[in-house]
Write a protein that binds this ligand. Structure first.
Ligand SMILES: Cc1cc2nc3c(=O)[nH]c(=O)nc-3n(C[C@H](O)[C@H](O)[C@H](O)COP(=O)(O)OP(=O)(O)OC[C@H]3O[C@@H](n4cnc5c(N)ncnc54)[C@H](O)[C@@H]3O)c2cc1C
Length: 266
């Protein structure tokens, strides 16, 4: 069996872009917009389309990128001397707009802290200067429901909100199911476009010290999972993803009908 998701491109392409602007969306999200002529060739598939984001850490601001051969690039990335190696992490396309010969792409970055400081991508997102170089390596989509799906169950914490937002927007208008979205604060609850038959449940954490994923898992426990034709997509903090999958299997859902992915690890 392949180690790569089914809907990942066989020859992913690297796209070059520049920061166009950045703005706060809610207490925990910063939206950064990229733009370039290269991005006009990006084949946006909607849903949870994701990519590897590269931006320079080097003091000269230069962006040195790994060589991509088929789906392989990691060894070449590690071979870049540390002082020139760009930062790399995974992000979802939150919005994409094509104009005459150029395009803009939005990323919604969770503002989270590490050792008392904003973590690397969050810090870059709030202070990025228009014109700064970035690159994106296309990774396709993870959402892959079987054709006979009659009920959708979507679960995430804030890191998977851009993915769930895209999936809810692009589901068929007659889709039926439940989306459970955990976010750090009440004010992170923003309108989502979703089919009428999908019940969207927001789970703001608010209480200080509460752990990401706990509220979403509790809500998942209470949801009825119509088997056998449900399809579940569970992403976010790694315990939410793995424990969520276990609970769904215990409820009788076949493992092939569950896409789960740890987007980060506490
Ligand atoms: C397919 C995919 C799509 C993703 N899409 C998005 C997206 O659109 N928006 C988004 O914000 N994230 C998204 N993520 C998650 C993102 O890749 C991780 O949060 C990543 O760790 C951020 O990189 P960093 O360099 O800022 O932090 P890291 O250096 O990786 O981590 C620093 C510290 O922060 C902690 N940490 C990491 N992420 C979080 C978090 N979300 N909340 C709290 N603590 C955290 C880690 O435990 C670590 O201690 C996605 C992940 C995947 C796999």
């Amino acid at each position: 069996m392949s180690d790569f998701p089914r809907l990942m491109p066989a020859n992913p392409r690297m796209f070059h872009a520049r920061v166009a602007g950045t703005r706060r969306m809610s207490p925990s999200f910063q939206r950064i917009t990229l733009e370039s002529t290269d991005l006009a060739e990006f084949h946006w598939r909607g849903l949870d389309h994701w990519f590897r984001l590269f931006f320079p850490l080097a003091s000269d601001g230069g962006l040195r990128l790994p060589e991509v051969r088929g789906r392989l690039w990691w060894k070449s990335y590690l071979a870049i001397p540390e002082e020139q190696r760009p930062h790399c992490s995974n992000y979802t396309v939150a919005g994409y707009r094509r104009f005459d010969g150029r395009a803009e792409l939005d990323i919604d970055v969770v503002l989270h802290w590490h050792e008392g400081k904003l973590a690397r991508v969050a810090s870059w997102a709030v202070s990025a200067v228009p014109g700064s170089p970035v690159a994106l390596l296309d990774q396709g989509v993870l959402f892959d429901p079987p054709d006979d799906t009659t009920n959708y169950l979507l679960v995430s914490d804030e890191s998977g909100l851009p993915a769930l937002r895209g999936i809810l927007r692009d589901l068929p208008a007659d889709a039926v199911g439940t989306a459970i979205i955990e976010v750090p604060a009440h004010d992170d609850v923003l309108p989502v476009e979703a089919p009428e038959g999908v019940h969207v449940r927001w789970m703001p954490r608010d209480e200080p010290g509460s752990h990401a994923g706990v509220a979403a898992l509790r809500a998942l426990e209470a949801v009825e999972v119509p088997c056998p034709a449900s399809y579940a997509f569970v992403v976010g903090e790694s315990t939410l993803a793995t424990e969520g999958r276990r609970r769904l299997q215990r409820a009788g859902l076949a493992k092939e009908r569950i896409t789960f992915s740890g987007f980060w690890k506490a």
